[in-house]
Design a protein around this ligand. Structure first.
Ligand SMILES: Nc1ncnc2c1ncn2[C@@H]1O[C@H](COP(=O)(O)OP(=O)(O)O)[C@@H](O)[C@H]1O
Ligand SMILES: [Mg+2]
Length: 443
């Protein structure tokens, strides 16, 4: 038990050990850059440019924005591990770590220059210096080539530039100037393009008011990738489902928006169908698309509620949660993973049964000809169709030839009802294994 009168002894962490271990908290090249871009969006940037220069050991990655920028004092605070500031309702930041941990996960030295009110300030973190001194010290920039490179994008506007050098995690080849290193960097840039187009698609398409964004890689603008194919004529937008959620004194609605994507022959072109498959392919990309403040955190997967199934691959469900529910959704620092809050998991499982079943029927060709159109939105010409209540769907699903679908919990409950003697214990063990297995498969 802690008492404020207790005698205290300050124990400062070892800079060398902590900075090094924080390099491995789960970022990869794309997720690290996305975390840097979160900061740009929060700073009101409308343009972000990622420049990647391949020069062997002198290769670099530079992310520049035209946001509000920071003063010298603000930048110094921003460079602190665990920087302090007040967060707004829709802010993408959270831990005060992203700028540092995302950068250091990819390089040994990163510098930040920021311009506001016509003044540029800059600092860097250098792992060589930390290893030598074991101190939490940032450096002023001295190297002229670095200063030139980092200041260049700020010549005619305010904003912030993050420069990664000594890319030990990216160019880890015997011959850093060789063909293998060059090819790897090119393929990482391709992956990056797809990842950023997906994660920030709502900002790139301009659908978030006041947050229009362009992101380019070496001058080429990235196109948004809309997982719900909302510009396809035959995409079905089902009625949204609202679930009330109270957590830690905050109350809000979690809105689930189910979609059924068109089957291959209903897409406007085979290319459009292939494009919509997403990075992991149609089967893997079914399921939840979980957004935090409009930024995509999880793309596809059923969060342990269902298993991925070829028959339900046209089902994609949008779920947006506000940052006040971060703890309940267990968001991690790299913003790559989240979990459905245990308190509403069952409600969500029940709520998505009918939309998923409907998606399955579309896949099976049952309903393609006559969707129940509620209204035609003139804005984007989508078909809004009503999802019948679960009871009605159960009837449809009980037709001969179409097996009824059960949730995982329902199967376990049914099995328990039928079990006798020590069978219950065996069932419980099997389901425990299955759940663990499914959760792992979903990660
Ligand atoms: N591109 C940027 N433009 C303006 N301010 C920034 C930028 N990047 C970082 N900052 C400032 O630095 C702080 C620390 O960033 P970060 O380490 O990513 O933590 P977090 O985003 O969780 O607060 C931010 O809260 C913000 O005030
Ligand atoms: Mg951040």
């Amino acid at each position: 038990m802690y008492k404020s009168m207790d005698e205290t002894h300050e124990v400062i962490p070892s800079a060398k050990r902590l900075v090094k271990s924080l390099r491995d908290i789960g970022y990869d090249f794309s997720t690290a850059i996305a975390d840097i871009i979160d900061n740009s969006i929060e700073a009101g940037a409308s343009e972000v440019d990622v420049s990647v220069g391949f020069y062997g050991d002198d290769s670099y990655v530079r992310i520049s924005d035209n946001g509000n920028g920071m003063s010298k004092e603000e930048l110094k605070e921003a460079m602190r591990y665990g920087s302090e500031r007040e967060y707004g309702e829709d802010d993408l930041g959270k831990f005060g770590l992203g700028l540092k941990t995302a950068s250091m996960s990819q390089c040994r030295c990163f510098s930040v220059a920021s311009k506001t009110n016509g003044e540029i300030s800059s600092y860097s973190w250098n792992l060589n210096h930390i290893e030598k001194t074991n101190k939490w010290e940032i450096l002023s920039l001295k190297e002229e080539t670095t200063i030139e490179l980092i200041n260049a994008p700020l010549s005619d506007h305010s904003g912030t530039v993050v420069l990664w050098e000594s890319l030990d995690r990216i160019i880890s080849f015997k011959d850093p100037s060789g063909e293998a290193a060059r090819k790897k960097l090119i393929s990482m840039c391709r992956e990056l393009e797809a990842y950023l187009g997906m994660v920030f698609h709502k900002f790139l398409s301009g659908e978030i008011s006041g947050k229009n964004l362009t992101i380019s890689i070496n001058g080429n603008p990235i196109q948004p990738w809309d997982p719900f194919a909302r510009n396809e004529q035959d995409t079905k937008t089902l009625s949204p489902i609202k679930i009330k959620f109270v957590h830690d004194g905050s109350q809000d609605k979690i809105i689930l928006q189910p979609y059924i994507l068109p089957s291959k022959d209903k897409f406007s072109s085979p290319e459009a169908f292939n494009h919509l498959s997403g990075p992991a392919g149609w089967n893997q990309q079914q399921g939840f698309y979980i957004y935090r403040a409009h930024r995509l955190i999880q793309s596809g997967g059923w969060c342990g509620i269902r298993v991925r199934d070829e028959h339900t691959k046209l089902s994609r469900i949008e779920l947006n949660f506000p940052p006040v529910f971060d703890n309940a959704f267990k968001i991690n620092v790299a913003k790559m993973r989240t979990q459905l809050p245990i308190q509403i998991k069952e409600a969500i499982a029940n709520a998505i049964r009918s939309p998923v079943l409907l998606a399955r029927e579309y896949y099976d060709g049952e309903k393609r000809s006559t969707p129940t159109i509620l209204n035609n939105s003139p804005k984007n010409n989508q078909n809004y169709i009503s999802v019948p209540p679960i009871k009605q769907l159960d009837n449809i699903a009980s037709k001969p030839g179409l097996p009824k679908m059960f949730t995982f919990d329902e199967i376990e409950q049914k099995a328990n009802e039928l079990a006798s003697g020590n069978e219950k214990e065996i069932i419980s063990r099997i389901f425990r294994h299955l759940r663990k297995n499914l959760m792992e498969g979903e990660k």
